[in-house]
Design a protein. Structure first.
Length: 617
């Protein structure tokens, strides 16, 4: 192996490129002569929260090398992904399960779901992934959502009052006697919750079947066997919007209850303002809502036992949700609510056995919860993974002495293993446990940048790179699901932070040379036969490390020499006059180019290499 200095400004090529000419001498035993080496320049720590920016990867690499700080590559920025070039020539990509920004008016803006009044009288979030609007009152559609020209609009069968707007929530009072309609915007969609305030309101026959006219543009709306709703592109390209099976819940969780056995306490009040989120809180009664989609109508049929039951605590919330479909996703499953979905839950959820001995928020003394996260990993295909971490925010832990939480990978075929219909009863099975942590440092809230529990997933990401997994799905589970002390709460804000390097380019035939014998050529092997052990030379090119100042990149080469005896390739003693073949491949760090170059024929007298590949030292 050898260390290759960066080209000077006079010799820079149009493409960032480091080239190493690496040789091996074929002696009688086809041994490989060591080549001198130098360690590469170490990576320097840099602030990745607010890095400098550059328009493309090559400019970012040059700037990072000259300043010693990481530089973001703007052409690789997406709603969920941030990629920086590091001073040592590597890249670090942070892939978030939740969107952290959106494109608006030709520029990237941070997600902001605060509702603002528009000129047409409707209300809309300031910056969300999909275009949304809520009614300003009257007989117009109460909610619209649009993505790339495909729109879904829901209407109320009657005039709506002007809404009361608070942050991301618009409330339309008394759309039925004693019933409010509450719309809540988030980054990817909205929920439309009916708040049934008391038993008198719940007895209204209009609540037995709630029909909402639906209008679509370039979409086909349908229900699924699992009770979810999908809005598919009319051209057949896939799901654009999705809605998990609707749920309803009451307010039976006691006001002011808290997880007093842990580092952080959480209060759950039973007042009307506590349930703007799209998933039921702990400790309440939950039931599924039947859904029917036909004839341009979305019909909901609430569970009458919960709606009007003698043990029901009001208000009752009936909550359909509409989300933008994408490869990134997260969900929670509950053993007690085994047929209920908690798709893309808001804020935080539990992991482990809910501690009913200390908290009335638990639905059962044996309710066990797990979380799943699906993250795109296709961008890492054919990359050398230097480091990789799965990170998520913990906001509560039952025990301050540390109890393990395990991160695993679940079975899938390279696509997401979870969807809006995932629940405890059909959750994906565990493929392998990856890592465990015993955190005791809860955060105060869920944000896009305060992940405080990290797991090493380098080996998993290298598998994703090698096998080209489009999506990798992870599972969080308690180290013990029978012991209350392992209970924790995590946010739905997980991300992957992956530092990678790209392997060198595959050497073309013309970059392989023998002395004697000359350059290798397709279809002209007989012109390059030799009778004495030749010196083999390969040119190894690395496009990640060209114009990067004085840094050095360590390039390695492997030369493979073999022959065929009795129709079987071998590297044992070569019979006289048997034609030998050879090839070479290059690497940076540990990333060997997966596909060696085509073989080349040579003809030395004897050959006894120790193994098919001999690596330069």
């Amino acid at each position: 192996m050898t260390s290759i200095p960066r080209p000077s400004s006079r010799s820079r090529s149009r493409r960032a490129l480091t080239t190493a000419v690496i040789s091996a001498v074929l002696a009688t035993g086809l041994g490989v002569v060591p080549i001198g080496s130098t360690e590469p320049a170490p990576a320097q720590a840099a602030d990745r929260k607010n890095p400098a920016t550059a328009p493309d990867a090559q400019t970012a690499q040059r700037t990072a090398a000259s300043t010693g700080e990481s530089v973001e590559v703007l052409e690789l920025r997406t709603e969920r992904s941030t990629t920086v070039a590091n001073p040592d020539g590597t890249f670090t990509q942070t892939e978030s399960v939740q969107p952290v920004r959106t494109r608006k008016d030709g520029a990237w803006q941070a997600i902001d779901t605060t509702l603002e009044r528009r000129s047409d009288g409707t209300w809309a979030p300031k910056a969300a992934v999909s275009t949304m609007s809520f009614s300003g009152g009257g007989d117009q559609a109460f909610a619209r959502i649009e993505k790339d020209g495909r729109e879904l609009a829901l209407s109320w069968p009657g005039d709506l009052p002007e809404p009361q707007v608070d942050g991301s929530t618009a409330t339309y009072a008394n759309v039925l006697p004693g019933v409010d309609l509450r719309l809540h915007a988030d980054a990817e969609g909205f929920s439309h919750i009916l708040v049934v305030k008391d038993a008198k309101a719940a007895a209204n026959p209009a609540l037995t079947r709630l029909e909402r006219p639906v209008r679509t543009t370039s979409l086909e709306l349908s229900g699924t066997q699992s009770g979810t709703v999908e809005a598919r592109d009319a051209s057949g390209s896939g799901v654009v919007f999705e809605a998990p099976k609707p749920q309803m819940w009451d307010s039976s969780g006691p006001a002011g209850d808290s997880d007093t056995g842990g580092v952080r306490t959480q209060s759950l009040t039973a007042d009307d303002t506590s349930s703007a989120d799209s998933t039921p809180p702990d400790g309440v009664q939950v039931a599924d809502v039947a859904v029917d989609v036909s004839g341009g109508v979305l019909a909901l049929e609430p569970d009458t036992d919960l709606l009007t039951g003698s043990e029901t605590t009001y208000p009752v919330y009936i909550d359909p949700v509409v989300k933008t479909a994408n490869r990134s996703a997260w969900t929670m499953v509950s053993s007690y609510h085994s047929s209920s979905e908690f798709w893309k839950f808001s804020d935080d959820e539990g992991v482990g056995r809910c501690p009913a001995n200390l908290s009335f928020r638990c639905s059962s003394s044996s309710d066990v919860k797990r979380q799943f996260f699906a993250l795109p990993t296709g961008a890492f295909e054919d990359k050398d993974i230097i480091s990789a971490e799965f990170a998520v925010t913990m906001v509560h832990t039952y025990s301050d002495s540390g109890r393990t939480v395990q991160l695993g990978r679940v079975n899938s075929s390279g696509a997401s293993a979870i969807n809006s219909g995932t629940n405890w009863g059909n959750q994906p099975s565990l493929k392998e446990n990856l890592a465990s942590q015993s955190p005791t440092n809860p955060a105060g809230s869920c944000t896009s940048t305060n992940q405080n529990v990290r797991f090493n997933v380098k080996s998993t990401l290298q598998k994703a790179s090698t096998y080209g997994w489009d999506t990798t799905t992870f599972r969080l589970a308690a180290g013990s699901e029978s012991d209350y002390s392992y209970w924790k709460r995590f946010c739905g804000n997980a991300n992957l932070e992956v530092t990678y390097n790209r392997p060198p380019a595959q050497s073309p035939m013309g970059d392989l040379r023998m002395a004697p014998g000359g350059n290798c050529e397709y279809g002209r092997a007989t012109e390059h036969y030799v009778s004495a052990p030749p010196k083999l030379t390969a040119v190894i090119r690395d496009y990640d490390h060209g114009d990067t100042g004085g840094n050095s990149e360590r390039l390695k080469a492997q030369f493979r020499v073999w022959w065929t005896v009795g129709g079987t390739p071998t590297t044992t003693t070569r019979p006289p006059r048997t034609r030998a073949r050879w090839t070479a491949r290059g690497a940076t760090r540990q990333a060997w180019r997966p596909s060696p170059t085509p073989w080349v024929r040579i003809c030395p007298e004897t050959a006894r290499p120790a193994s098919p590949f001999r690596r330069t030292q």
